[in-house]
Write a protein that binds this ligand. Structure first.
Ligand code: NZQ
Ligand code: ZN
Length: 390
């Protein structure tokens, strides 16, 4: 087991109607003026934003609103949010939405007390503890940003989508009501399931040997996501299925499913370039295409690890050939994503061979070279993986 540090400061408030407690819980923590941050339209249309405003009013907490976060959030709105925080002396950022809103809120919280441009943090990865506290009302289980130490934000001017990790930006409070996810379109539900499953794959396949305490937690989460997926897609208002998926989405990415391992994260790097190139590409859909391609390209480094995964997660019988078993496990992975309604080729996402060369320079800037851990990848390897995915 590799050495590690792990911190998870998030208080979770989970279950029916928990968003009604937002005002009281924030007041308990001393919040006076919050920036209420949300997305394009779903949280307004459902009446959620009005309910939250009422809960904040009841607790005597002032609010400044900033909506309009797009999927694959962009730095321009973040800068607007930072200006509002400075102008109104904001003391908490409250994100209502999914990974995109939460990541935009994290970027605002990191930049709120900084005199320079917030993009500096994405470029230098410089750490700071001077981050406004963040609360979250989660509306889509997927990215796991409600407890994770990461954020990913696009800079359209530079053509980049870049990450910034910092434990200080882990949310302090996360309100998780599975009922809020009943309105999700099937494609977003499926993309979310894919993303959380891939957060486990990134942690499971690396260059460290077995770490049973971590691996068994990880594998049980993979089995849970796989088992609950058809239930939430068939019955959109199945509370228990939605609840299991919502909690799983957090557990898949808050960190425990990877401690003691190096983790890989090459495929997330490959995917982020797709959604940097075209912000209409949903992160989970890009992963559904890229992960099986990455697996095919790298499995021969350690076929036994893939065979083990196939047995544990898909119940595949051993044939005696680790190579054959590994290939079956990869087939099962692709079929699982396809069964959710996810794409299987880059062409379905509108990406063509000519686009590959456009993504390589920014991939190199974001990930460096070599990147990944299960197999150390060069930019030539990345080109091959993109071609396999076409
Ligand atoms: O904008 P609105 O109208 O709210 O619509 C959203 C959006 O179009 C909609 N939606 C959300 N909740 C809904 C709903 N529609 C109906 N009912 C609801 N209850 O869903 C769409 C997608 O939302 P988004 O927040 O983009 O989804 P997700 O949570 O998948 O976040 C994706 C972003 O997170 C990043 C991704 O790269 C991407 O930018 N990630 C962040 C990570 C992190 N911070 O740790 C890790 C991940 O690997 C990921 O990279
Ligand atoms: Zn992800």
């Amino acid at each position: 087991m590799e050495d590690f540090e792990f911190v998870s400061p998030t208080q979770f408030v989970f279950g029916h109607g928990v968003e009604k407690q937002v005002g009281a819980k924030l007041a308990e923590r001393g919040a006076k003026r919050v920036l209420l941050h949300f997305g394009g339209q779903s949280a307004v249309a459902s009446g959620l934003i009005d309910r939250i405003k009422a809960a904040l009013d009841d607790a005597g907490i002032e609010q400044v609103e900033l909506g309009g976060v797009r999927p694959n959030p962009e730095i321009t709105l973040v800068r607007e949010g930072i200006a509002l925080c400075k102008e109104h002396d904001i003391d908490w950022v409250l994100a209502v939405g999914g990974g995109s809103v939460i990541d935009s809120a994290k970027a605002i919280a990191v930049g709120a007390h900084y005199d320079g441009d917030v993009w500096d943090f994405f470029e230098t990865k410089r750490q700071t503890d001077d981050v406004l506290p963040i609360a979250v009302v989660l509306t889509i289980p997927a990215a796991g940003s409600e407890a994770s130490k990461n954020m990913v934000v696009s800079n359209d001017e530079l053509g980049l989508k870049s990450g910034y990790p910092n434990n200080a930006q882990r949310p302090k409070l996360a309100f998780m009501n599975p009922e809020l996810t009943f309105t999700l379109p099937p494609y977003q539900t499926a993309a979310g399931l894919t993303d959380m499953f891939c957060h486990l794959l990134e942690r499971f396949f690396d260059d460290v040997g077995a770490v049973p305490v971590t691996d068994n937690l990880n594998l049980s989460l993979m089995r849970t996501v796989r088992a609950e997926a058809p239930c939430v897609l068939a019955e959109t208002d199945n509370y228990d299925a939605r609840a299991n998926v919502m909690w799983a989405g957090m557990l898949c990415h808050q960190g425990l499913a990877g401690v003691g391992r190096h983790e890989d994260w090459a495929t997330h790097g490959l995917e982020h370039e797709l959604s940097a190139l075209d912000p209409d590409i949903t992160h989970g859909a890009g992963l559904a295409v890229m992960f099986p391609a990455w697996m095919e390209y790298v499995y021969s480094e350690n076929p036994a690890r893939f065979a083990f995964y196939g047995r544990e997660v898909f119940g595949l019988a051993s044939t005696g050939s680790a190579e054959d078993d590994a290939l079956s496990a990869i087939d099962e992975t692709r079929s699982f994503f396809a069964s959710l309604g996810m794409p299987t080729t880059l062409c379905e996402l509108g990406i063509e061979e000519d686009d590959i060369e456009r993504m390589i320079p920014t991939l190199k800037e974001n990930k460096g070279e070599p990147f990944g851990s299960f197999k150390k990848l060069t930019m030539d390897d990345a080109r091959e993986i993109y071609r396999l995915a076409l």
